[in-house]
Each structure stands twice: as C-alpha cells, then as structure tokens.
Design a protein around this ligand. Structure first.
Ligand SMILES: Nc1ncnc2c1ncn2[C@@H]1O[C@H](COP(=O)(O)OP(=O)(O)OP(=O)(O)O)[C@@H](O)[C@H]1O
Ligand SMILES: [Mg+2]
Length: 445
C-alpha cells in the first residue's frame, strides 16, 4: 500500500513537472511568434514580451529597460505586472516609467549587471532605484506588491549590451521552481534577439526613408538642371547654325572650330534630353499617350530619317514590309525614339560598305521587329552592360562614335512601359541583331 502511494506521488510530481516544462516551451514559442510577427515597433515588441512572460510563466513582474547611448541613460521600455497579485495603480506605472537610470551610476545594481554582463539577484528594490527613490518608498512598494526577489539580466547582442531585463518571480512553489529558473535563464537571450530585430528594422526603415528622400532630391535636381540647361543650349545651337549657314567668308580653320562647337552642342542637347527622359521614367512621371499605330509606318519613318546616314557610309540599308497591317497601341513619339535609337545604332556602329536590314515577324499576339547589322558585334561579357545607363562599349577607343550611352537604357524602359521587351543576339566580329517585341493591339478587323 505504501509503495503504491509512493508511486502515485512520484507520478503526480512528474506530471506537474511536465506541465511546468510545457508552460516554458509554450512561452518561448509565444516569444518566437512575437519576433516573427509583422509588429516591428520596438515599444510594442517589448510590451508584448513582458506581458507574455508574466502571463505565461507566472512571474509577478517583468521590467525591460533599454540603453539610450545618446542620452547616456537606461530607459524603461516595458513594465508588466501580474494583475492577480498586484493592484495596478496607474500612478505607480507612470512613476516606474519615469525612472531613468544614469549609465554612469555604478552604484546602481542594474548598471552593475550591464557593466559586468552577469546576472544579479537582490531582495531589495532599493538596489534598483538608488539615487532615484528613497529606501522607504522602495520598501513600501515592495511590501504592497509582495515582491520578494529580483533577478536582473543584461540584454546583450553581438557582445554589446543593449539593456536589462528584471524579473520578479512569485514566491517559491516547491519543487518546480527549478523550471521557472530555467526559463529565466533563457528569457534574456530571446528578448535580446527580439529587441535587436526591432532595432535593426527601425534602422533599415530610417535608412530607406532617407534614401527615398535623396532619390527624390536627385530627380528634382536632374529635372531642374536639365530644364535650365535646355534653353541656353538651344540658343547657342541656333546662333552657331546662323553663323555657319549665313556667313560666306569664314576662315576654313574657324569654320572647322565652329563645326566642332556645333556638334558638341548637339551632343549636350541630346544628353540633357535623355537625362530628362530618364528622370521622368525613374520617378514614374513619364506619361504615355496611347493610340493605335501602324507599326510599319513608324519604322518607315525612322528608316527615311536615317537613310541619309546609311548612304553616307555606303551601307546597304533595307526595310522589308510585312504582308499584313501591324497595329500596336502605343505612344507615337516614344516608339519613334526606340526605333531611331536601335536602327540609328546599327548604322552608327556598322563600318562603311556594311549592311543593315529590318524585317518583321509575328508570334501569337505580338510583333517582332528585327534590326540586323554586319557591324563589329558585341562580346558576350558586354551583353549585360548594354542596357545600363551610360554604357559605352567603345570606351577608350580612338575616334569613337559620338553618343551618350543612354539610348538603349531609355529604349528598354519605354518598350517595357508598352509591355514589350528588347533582345539582342550577337557575336563579336559577326554583327548584331536587336529584336523589339511589342504586343499587337486588339483590333476588331
Ligand atoms: N548595333 C550595335 N553594334 C555594336 N555595338 C552596339 C550596337 N548598338 C549599341 N552598341 C553598343 O552599346 C552602347 C550603348 O548603346 P546606346 O544606344 O545605349 O548608347 P549610344 O549609342 O552610345 O548613345 P546614345 O545615347 O546617343 O544612343 C554603344 O555605345 C555601343 O558601344
Ligand atoms: Mg544609341
């Protein structure tokens, strides 16, 4: 009989132990959930953890304090008190939040914990608030809340102290207090991780906001500078044109200087225009005026404009019509810009007596415009650079062809705004083929 009651007692104890262990695990899981939740505000995280610890582990009180390096203070972040044993007096809570400890106050036990990075225990609340409260006041609070013991743990992340957590356990409940102790040992680590997470998020969020502001400033600056530059540049171009075309007796040397000045002004105007377009695209201010367009007509326009350049270089320049009408819904000016650049590039980079040919194909609901040249081709390692801003593959070459290195970047952005794409196939020395893929408009015919 004696033996049976002993076994029953053992079983009962084990059962309680298990229940206690279970509590610890579910509290740690709860804190995990808080860390992984969408809440990123440090104040809310600290409060949720303190509340979870008090409710889940049966502590009397949990108090989280964080270091403010700038103010050299240890500041209360969250306080949670067990409502069933402590009468919550809002003036007491307010008083606790106003207790900021100076980091140089080495007499204070919390500061000592942080400095030594070691657990401290005390049965005197006065040790926590020396120099802020009188011993008498501390005793009173302690008595009225029946707080017997305080465990103070440093909160440390990557060897840097970030604050402290103070846990006030309930009176000892033999023999399972050992698990509460186990939990208290693990709590500071999870709390540190949670707080660190929130701090990092806060930093990233602030940096992100700053970057967005800077980006906006940059866009505004580029836009303003481009507008301001355009007017004087256009005036210079017009006067140079007048001098070159209306004065007959210009010294040939001076004429060649003026020619260079005129070309460079042209280059600057193009650069300013491209920068303005890019600033609009990147700040999503580029608006498209969509209309149904006859694609062959559009390409023919670019062909006619560029024919003179091809003829100058004795390039065989061909445009093969497509047997059917190809209608795309697009912005006339912007689409023209794409073809002028891609066909313009083919002529610009193909040496004399080469060939440039354009033809169309269709595939499902899209049209593909092929622009093939017999130029120098593009090496594989340079392909990725092609569509980046200011990418000029001829960098460093002598007699390089003029250009801003922005044409393909802009073309790609515009094509993508039309829900299309640009592809390139090339082999160094064997010419290049650019293909522009655009969705065909839904027409009723
Ligand atoms: N058909 C081509 N054959 C060989 N290289 C090309 C061809 N098209 C483009 N490239 C290379 O890609 C670079 C980028 O072209 P992109 O059109 O963006 O700029 P760009 O022609 O130099 O200047 P712009 O802004 O005046 O168009 C060119 O500088 C050139 O080195
Ligand atoms: Mg170009």
């Amino acid at each position: 009989m004696d033996k049976t009651s002993h076994v029953t007692e053992e079983l009962y104890k084990k059962n309680l132990e298990l229940a206690e262990r279970n509590k610890t695990l579910s509290l740690l899981r709860k804190i995990d959930e808080i860390i992984l939740s969408s809440v990123t505000d440090i104040d809310q995280i600290a409060h949720q953890i303190a509340d979870a610890a008090v409710a889940g582990a049966g502590f009397k009180a949990v108090y989280i304090m964080l270091i403010n390096k700038k103010e050299k203070l240890l500041i209360p972040q969250a306080v949670s008190l067990d409502k069933s044993t402590i009468e919550i007096d809002s003036s007491l809570i307010r008083a606790i939040y106003s207790l900021k400890v100076n980091l140089n106050d080495s007499d204070n036990l919390i500061i000592k914990t942080i400095n030594e990075r070691k657990l401290q225990k005390t049965d005197k609340m006065y040790d926590l608030f020396k120099s802020l409260l009188t011993e008498e006041a501390c005793k009173k609070i302690q008595q009225s809340a029946a707080m017997k013991l305080f465990h103070i743990y440093p909160l440390v992340i990557r060897s840097e102290p970030i604050g402290a957590i103070i846990v006030c356990p309930k009176e000892q409940v033999e023999p399972f207090f050992v698990f509460q102790e186990d939990l208290i040992q693990r709590l500071p680590n999870v709390v540190s991780i949670a707080i660190d997470n929130a701090l990092l998020y806060q930093k990233i969020d602030q940096a992100n906001t700053r970057l967005k502001e800077l980006d906006k400033l940059k866009d505004e600056f580029v836009s303003l500078a481009s507008h301001e530059l355009r007017t004087p540049l256009t005036a210079i171009k017009s006067y140079l044109w007048m001098v070159l075309n209306q004065s007959k007796n210009i010294d040939p040397q001076i004429r060649s200087y003026l020619d260079i000045a005129s070309q460079e002004t042209e280059h600057l105007i193009k650069l300013v225009q491209n920068m303005l377009t890019i600033s609009k695209i990147e700040s999503q201010r580029l608006e498209l005026t969509l209309k149904n367009l006859d694609l062959y007509e559009m390409v023919k326009l670019a062909y006619d404009t560029l024919k003179i350049n091809a003829d100058e270089k004795h390039i065989i320049f061909t445009l093969l019509p497509y047997p059917e009408k190809l209608i795309v819904n697009g912005d006339k000016e912007k689409i023209s810009e794409i073809f002028e650049n891609i066909i313009g590039n083919a002529i610009k980079y193909t040496p004399e007596n080469g060939t440039v040919s354009i033809h169309f194909t269709t595939e499902k609901n899209k049209v593909i415009i092929h622009v093939a040249d017999s130029g120098p081709g593009i090496a594989k390692e340079n392909m990725a650079k092609l569509f980046q801003k200011f990418s000029r593959l001829e960098e460093g070459k002598q007699n390089r062809t003029p250009g801003t290195g922005l044409g393909l970047y802009i073309s790609k952005q515009i094509v993508e705004l039309h829900k299309g794409s640009i592809k390139v196939e090339s082999e160094a020395g064997k010419g290049t083929t650019f293909t522009v893929h655009l969705p065909l408009a839904q027409t009723n015919s």
